[in-house]
Design a protein. Structure first.
Length: 268
């Protein structure tokens, strides 16, 4: 018979269940009543044990949803060639994406500025939800200048990635020009789609992709912060800058490069 305090007995059993994968990362634990019956203790003892495990960073309590095993954050590499699907596949995860909605909309002032369009030009907006294995991790709002990406929506069907869809319409060489990352709480709809609590934060990643110097996509991604961590590839950034530095440029080009570099540093 266990000789220590009852809450410690419950904590050690739940902790063992996590280490043995009985309770897997992201999985919801049985409720307080069920755990109390399983371990032969009262609900207050269970709650005390859960609070201890929450403080240790093993459990996450979401108001109104229950208690979950904390996930191991997935590293998200940020570089000029970042691709979410490739990131997940390289780490042994299954990656899939489903379209939530798609529509052609008129460019507002912000989209016109980012995508180098005239106000009211047609923009294809595609909203998607991406999964890591069976866990939703990213809501993506992607905006494409319609005249530069004809037929993209048709090619996106079954592609599972934006880069594949773009290749199908002849755009196979593009890269991120800049990225900004901020944090906030999710809306109720975002929390529902990402299967997370409205009290847990999300990352908001904005980025601009260009083919050469021509903008082809502006993206707004909402990422479940407890499930993702960012990694920056400064080696790639330095290599790209050194490569550009070796190329002869006119005075005008050097001025343009200086402005572009300052913008990148400020936004990243």
């Amino acid at each position: 018979m266990y000789q220590g305090k009852r809450w410690e007995f419950v904590r050690s059993n739940i902790e063992e269940g996590i280490s043995s994968s009985r309770f897997r990362p992201g999985e919801k634990l049985p409720n307080d009543v069920e755990l109390a019956l399983e371990y032969g203790v009262n609900r207050h003892t269970v709650r005390y044990a859960i609070r201890a495990l929450e403080q240790e960073g093993l459990l996450r309590v979401e108001q109104g949803r229950g208690t979950f095993v904390v996930e191991h954050p997935t590293p998200y590499l940020l570089s000029s060639q970042t691709r979410l699907t490739d990131n997940l596949l390289s780490q042994g995860h299954l990656a899939r994406r489903k379209i939530l909605s798609a529509a052609t909309i008129p460019a507002d002032e912000r989209l016109a500025r980012y995508l180098d369009l005239q106000a009211r030009d047609d923009v294809l907006r595609i909203d998607t939800l991406s999964y890591q294995d069976d866990l939703p991790i990213v809501i993506a709002h992607s905006y494409f200048p319609a005249k530069r990406t004809p037929g993209l929506l048709d090619k996106f069907s079954g592609a599972n990635s934006i880069s594949t869809a773009l290749k199908r319409i002849g755009i196979d060489d593009y890269s991120q020009q800049w990225v900004t990352i901020s944090a906030r709480l999710p809306s109720a709809q975002e929390a529902r789609l990402l299967a997370m609590s409205t009290s847990a934060p999300v990352f908001v990643k904005e980025s601009l992709d260009c083919s050469g110097r021509i903008p082809i996509k502006f993206g707004e991604n909402v990422l479940c912060a407890p499930r993702m961590s960012f990694r920056f590839d400064f080696g790639e950034i330095c290599s790209a800058e050194q490569s550009r530095a070796r190329k002869p440029r006119s005075g005008k080009a050097r001025a343009s490069k200086s402005k572009s570099s300052a913008s990148l540093k400020a936004k990243v």
